[in-house]
Design a protein around this ligand. Sequence first.
Ligand code: HEM
Length: 400
Amino acid sequence: MKIDLLSPESFASGHPLAQYRWLRDNAPVFWHEEPSGPGFWAVTRYKDVWTVDRDFRNFSSEPTVMIQDPAAEQALGFGGYKMMLMMDPPQHTAYRKLIRNEFTLPVSGQRTPRMNALARQIVDAVIETGECDFVNQIAGEMPSYVIAELLGIPLDDGRELYKLTEAIHTAPEAQDAGAGAMAVMKMFEYGRGVIEEKRARPKDDLATKLLHAEVDGKKLDDIEFLLFFLLLVDAGGDTTRNLLSSGLIALFDNPEQLAWLKADLDARLPSAREELLRYTSPVIYMRRTARHDVVLGGEQVKEGQKVVMYFGAANRDPEKFDAPDVLDLARSPNDHIAFGTGPHACLGQHIARIEIDAILREVLTRLEGLKIGKAEWLASNFISGPKHLPVTFKPAKRGA
Ligand code: HEM
């Protein structure tokens, strides 16, 4: 079996399930060569991914969680500044504490009515036309609006920022030279405007709270704020969008499951949504770096080597899930690892769940005669999902 988990080609129509299967069966901690780097360990079994993600003492998120990130590797990043995603405890704990209260289950839950209203507005915007690109006009709209609401910026600006995240997550070889770096610059430019605006007119929103937040008695400086801003826009954007788009494809590939879900939507949505998360796993990987020599899955990992957790492979591990390649919307228990685990476990997971439910409910109840066309997949070895997905449905009146 040819193993290549670097080329975006391998992810051109979803996760490379055959490669994952071979790896789990034959080399669950596999030394993967890298044409322009030292190589890395690819970890594909659930239990090993779980161990690496939780064991920050042996597996560090510094200097970066990307496989290839030369600037961060040489600490050139942002003059030594980094996002909390790339910090270890106790520093990570102090930064995460600044925003974690905004993302608890009860606080997220309070946003449900507003999110349901946004989902309605999004479907209203296309319902009269009878066709649209599901990825950009429905699935992508939701996280852009939600992040805008959280940060306290105009909804339309949220949409522009979300477009930039796509360039940031697209493989360099699949777009114009420098497009990714340019997108980061534009994001920062916008963030600087937010700093000015929120300092001049503080509001009850996350951006204002962050500007007043302190770590070790010191306020965040502009760069620290901008990195938080980038992380929030980046982490909640195309992840949620891709879950919705790949999830819709999975439902249409399994019509009997879709019919089962629609037969009692409200009661079945929670287990269905968790199974779609497991089955589609929008985040392909997170990388760690070994702090010490350590044995993992029988392999000797040396200090300084890169260790990469493949969430989509772990989520299809037959040792953990019965019939893992079957979409079973009633699956229980379903301890998937699509949101990661341990100190960095997805902070936005409760919000993501509300967004997913809101859109699926609107789409499955209001877009009658919904049909999906051929998806065009995102060229990325980091985030999995379609870039475009044409859909058609029976035109209907707004707000009906
Ligand atoms: C289906 C949607 C989503 C998926 C699949 C997803 C997945 C993930 C994963 C795999 C991680 C890394 C976990 C680890 O290393 O163990 C992560 C981290 C994170 N996610 Fe999400 N995410 C989603 C939606 C969101 C949303 C909506 C937000 C915010 C509004 C968000 C904010 C974050 C943040 C801030 C982190 C970094 C946490 C830290 O470093 O402590 N995510 N997410």
